[in-house]
Write a protein that binds this ligand. Structure first.
Ligand SMILES: [Ca+2]
Ligand SMILES: [Ca+2]
Length: 161
């Protein structure tokens, strides 16, 4: 074998080996990605279940508007640590979008009071109630509109901050 041929050969072999290593790494990352995605779905599921169980006062396995309003009222009080009766946009950061906040702030005071917060929860409840039966089941809570509602309670997909 000539020197140049040997070089080409080892170059090709090196490329092949690098290719194999990259492939292995990609496969590994894909597997890890799939596992963590299903972990996240699992974590999300158990958060929804925990939320459902906590607020399902009549134990029918779903959340009605009155149950959501109770949860929202408790959430408002939890967030309003200084008992001002209002929440600023900063206090709701990461839970509601800017647009949601503006829409919720019907008095245009720059803050959201408890009745405005409950109206927002009611609106999100209605958006999430896809079959319009007046209650939210686990499936409806897991959809994007359901997750928007759960966002008020800081229960959302992905890491909770
Ligand atoms: Ca219920
Ligand atoms: Ca429903």
């Amino acid at each position: 074998m000539k020197a140049s041929q040997a070089m080409t050969h080892s170059g090709a072999l090196l490329k092949f080996q690098v290719g194999q290593a990259v492939l292995r790494t990609l496969t590994f990352l894909m597997v890890v990605g799939a596992i963590s995605a299903s972990d996240q779905v699992q974590a999300q599921r158990s958060k929804i279940d925990a939320f459902l169980q906590r607020w399902d006062a009549d134990h029918d396995g779903t959340l009605g508007l009155d149950e959501i309003k109770k949860a929202a009222s408790a959430r408002f009080e939890e967030l309003d640590r200084k008992h001002r009766g209002t929440l600023t946009r900063n206090q709701l950061a990461g839970m509601v979008s800017f647009q949601q906040f503006r829409r919720a702030d019907s008095h245009k005071s720059g803050t959201v009071d408890e009745s405005e917060f409950l109206s927002l929860a009611e609106k999100l409840f209605q958006d999430a109630d896809k079959d319009h039966d007046g209650t939210l089941d686990g499936k409806e809570l897991g959809r994007s509109a359901g997750r928007a509602l759960l966002g008020l309670f800081a229960i959302r997909q992905g890491p909770v901050i």
